[in-house]
Design a binder for this molecule. Structure first.
Ligand code: ADP
Length: 585
C-alpha cells in the first residue's frame, strides 16, 4: 500500500505529454469479468486520469480485488489503459482494464491512444535485506494463515507469512470451503449419529488404506474441536446445513457462509491482521536455510528485494500442492498430463515440496493425484453447480442418456468413470426443486450466469429439450429418470446403490443439465510429517526447525482425499504446526 502511494507521487505523468486532453468529469464504465460484472468510475481532469473508483466486482473476492486494485494503480501511474494486472487473476485484470477503457471512451478521448504500450521500470539490482523473525510461514493459504495465527497465540512475537501471489488464499480461497467434522452441531440438530472413529475409517478407506493411520487419527480426533475454533475464535460463519460428500458414510460436511472458501480466508486474514502478523505478498520463498542440521530461515525474492528471513523458532511450509505444475505432475504420474485441466490457482506449483526435498525431507505418495469430477470444460475451474449432486439431488448421465456411476462415489472413481464415457464428459441432470434446495442458484448466481452464457448449462421445460441442447439421447434420458424415480419410490437404487436419501425428480420442468469434465484438484502426495507436524527426513529423523501443514504434506489421505477433508486437514495440522513451532524448541 505504502509503496504504491510513493510510486504514484513520483510518476505524475500527464496526458498533455501525448498531445491528448479530456473533457473534465467523472465517467462510468463496465465490463464482464471472469464470473461477474466489473463497474468502475473514473475521474479525469483536462490532462490526467485522476482517480478510479471500483463500484462493483462480481469475481472471486480477495483474488479479484487485488487484480482490480493493481490495474487501477497502474492506469493512474502510467496514464495508459494497457497495463499489467495480477498473475493468477488474468481474466479479472483484463476486465478491469476494459471497464476503465470504457469509462474513458465516454469522455471523448482517443481510446486507442490511451491504450498505448508503456515502458515499465525494470529493477536491475535487487536490494538485499535480512530480517530477524521468530516464525516464518511459507504460503498465505488456509494452512499458512492458521499456523501463523496459532504461532502468534503461542507466544511468537514476530511472525511473517511469505506469499508468492498478490493475494492470499491459494486453493482454499477458490474451494467450496466445506469442512468435514464428526459430531458437529448440524448433525446433532438433524439426529445424525457419527464419531471420530467413523470419520477415521472413512478417511482410511477412502484412500485405499494408503494413508498413515497415526496422522489420520490426529485429523479425525481434532476435526470437530478445530471447526469450533474457526467458528468461535476466528469468527467464521457457517450455514445452517450440511453436504454429503462422496465416500463419507454419513452427512458431516459443514458449509461456510456463501458456500466458498472466501469466508474462511477473509476471517483468517482479519485475525492475522488483528494479531499483527505481517504478510509479504508477491514474495515467493525460494530456499530453506539450513545451519548445523537445523532450519534457521528462508530466502525469498520480491520484484525489488532479495530477502533473507531468519527464524529463531522455525519455519512452517504451507505452500500447497502441485496441481498447477504440469511438469511435476508428469514426473510423478504420467497419466495426469497437459491434456487435463486443473482447478488450482496458478501459484500451486509444488515449490515447498521441492525446497523441502533439497534439505533432505522425505516425500510420500507423490503419484496420487486427484481429479475433481465436475469441472468447467473451458477453464478447469471447479463448478459449484455440481453441489446439487452433493446435496443428493442430481444424477450423472453420459451422451447416451444413461447413468454410469454412483453419484456419491469417491471423486477418483467418478472421474475415472467419466473418462471412459463418450467424449470423456458427464452431464449432471436435475430439476428446479433440487437446484432450490442446494442453494447453488443463490450462492453461485454468477457462475450460473457464466455457465448459461458459455452453453455449459441448459434450463428447459422438458427433458427432451434439455437433452437435445447437448445432443444427449433424450428417450434414453427419459427412461433413466423414470427408473431413478422408481428406485427413489422404493428407497433403493438397484443399479448403483446410491447412498443417502433418494429424492425422485419432478415429472414436470424446468429441468437442468450441466456439462462437465474432470480436472486436477488435489495432490495427495507431499512432504512427510509426523503427528506434531514436524518434517521428517529420508532417514526417518525430524528436521529440526521445519514444520509442514496442508496440501504440501503427504501421507494423510492415501490414494484419494475425500471431499471436505482438506479444510479439516489444513486447520488441524495448521494449528499443530503453529503450536509446536513454539513449544518444540
Ligand atoms: P493449503 O490448502 O494447504 O493451505 P493453499 O493452496 O490454500 O494450500 O495455499 C497455499 C499458498 O501458498 C498459496 O497462496 C500459494 O500462492 C502459496 N505459495 C505457493 N508457493 C509459494 C512460495 N514459493 N512462496 C510463498 N508462497 C507460496
Amino acid at each position: 500500500m505504502e509503496r504504491n502511494k510513493i510510486i504514484l507521487g513520483i510518476f505524475a505523468l500527464t496526458l498533455s505529454a501525448y498531445g491528448m486532453s479530456f473533457k473534465e468529469g467523472t465517467y462510468a464504465g463496465e465490463a464482464k469479468g471472469y464470473r461477474g460484472d466489473i463497474k468502475v468510475e473514473v475521474k479525469v481532469s483536462s490532462d490526467k486520469i485522476e482517480e478510479i473508483r471500483i463500484l462493483e466486482n462480481g469475481d472471486t473476492p480477495i483474488l479479484s480485488d487485488s487484480a482490480i486494485k493493481r490495474v487501477a494503480e497502474n492506469v493512474l501511474k502510467y496514464q495508459s489503459t494497457r497495463v499489467d494486472g495480477v498473475a493468477g487473476a488474468t481474466g479479472t485484470s483484463k476486465a478491469a482494464q476494459m471497464a476503465i477503457r470504457n469509462a474513458l471512451k465516454s469522455s471523448g478521448v482517443d481510446a486507442k491512444e490511451l491504450n498505448r504500450k508503456v515502458k515499465t521500470e525494470e529493477v536491475r539490482t535487487l536490494m538485499k535485506k535480512e530480517l530477524k523473525e521468530n516464525v516464518v510461514v511459507i504460503g498465505a493459504g488456509g494452512a499458512g494463515l492458521v499456523s501463523a495465527i496459532e504461532a502468534k497465540l503461542n507466544g511468537a512475537e514476530k511472525v511473517v507469512v511469505l506469499e508468492k501471489m498478490a493475494f492470499a488464499g491459494g486453493n482454499t480461497l477458490i474451494s467450496g470451503g466445506e469442512y468435514a467434522a464428526p459430531n458437529n452441531w448440524i448433525q446433532k440438530k438433524q439426529g445424525i449419529k457419527d464419531s471420530p472413529d467413523t470419520f477415521y475409517n472413512d478417511i482410511l478407506k477412502g484412500g485405499d488404506n494408503e494413508g498413515n493411520p497415526k496422522l489420520i487419527r490426529v485429523l479425525a480426533d481434532n476435526a470437530l474441536k478445530d471447526a469450533e475454533w474457526l467458528k468461535d475464535f476466528i469468527g467464521m460463519e457457517f450455514e445452517d446445513r450440511q453436504l454429503f460428500f462422496g465416500g463419507h458414510s454419513v452427512e458431516r460436511s459443514l458449509v461456510p457462509k456463501d458456500a466458498t472458501g472466501v469466508e474462511m480466508i477473509k476471517k483468517l486474514l482479519a485475525k492475522a491482521d488483528e494479531l499483527g502478523i505481517e504478510i509479504y505478498y508477491e514474495t515467493p520463498a525460494t530456499e530453506l536455510i539450513m545451519k548445523n542440521d537445523r532450519i534457521v530461515g528462508v530466502k525469498a525474492k520480491s520484484s525489488t528485494t532479495d530477502y533473507t528471513f531468519l527464524a529463531d523458532k522455525g519455519v512452517i511450509i504451507a505452500s500447497g500442492g502441485f496441481g498447477s505444475n504440469v511438469e511435476m505432475r508428469i514426473k510423478y504420474n504420467k497419466d495426469v498430463d497437459e491434456n487435463i485441466l486443473s482447478t488450482n490457482t496458478v501459484g500451486i506449483t509444488g515449490d515447498g515440496i521441492v525446497m523441502a526435498e533439497k534439505v533432505g525431507a522425505k516425500l510420500e505418495d507423490m503419484e496420487f493425484i486427484q481429479t475433481y469430477p465436475t469441472c468447467d470444460p473451458i477453464s478447469g475451474a471447479l463448478l459449484y453447480f455440481g453441489d446439487v449432486r452433493l446435496a443428493g439431488g442430481s444424477i450423472l448421465v453420459n451422451q447416451e442418456g444413461k447413468r454410469f456411476v454412483e453419484e456419491l462415489e469417491r471423486r477418483d472413481v467418478i472421474s475415472m468413470a467419466i473418462k471412459e464415457q463418450t467424449g470423456s464428459v458427464a452431464y449432471q441432470f436435475c430439476d428446479e426443486a433440487q437446484v432450490e434446495l442446494s442453494g447453488v442458484a443463490k450462492h453461485h448466481a454468477k457462475e450460473v450466469e457464466y455457465l448459461f452464457n458459455n452453453k455449459l448449462l441448459v434450463k428447459a421445460d422438458t427433458i427432451e429439450e434439455a437433452a437435445n441442447f447437448f445432443g444427449i439421447d433424450s428417450k434414453e434420458l427419459e427412461n433413466t429418470v423414470k427408473k431413478y424415480n422408481e428406485y427413489a419410490k422404493n428407497g433403493k437404487d438397484l443399479e448403483f446403490n446410491k447412498r443417502g436419501k433418494l429424492t425422485p425428480f419432478e415429472m414436470q420442468g424446468p429441468f437442468y443439465i450441466m456439462k462437465a469434465v474432470p480436472a486436477v484438484h488435489h495432490t495427495m502426495g507431499g512432504i512427510k510429517i509426523d503427528e506434531k507436524a514436524r518434517v521428517i527426513d529420508t532417514n526417518g529423523n525430524v528436521i529440526k526447525g521445519l514444520y509442514g501443514a496442508g496440501e504440501v504434506t503427504g501421507d494423510i489421505h492415501g490414494t484419494n482425499r475425500l471431499g471436505s477433508d482438506a479444510i479439516a486437514d489444513i486447520t488441524v495440522f495448521g494449528r499443530i504446526a503453529g503450536k509446536n513451532v513454539m513449544s518444540e524448541n
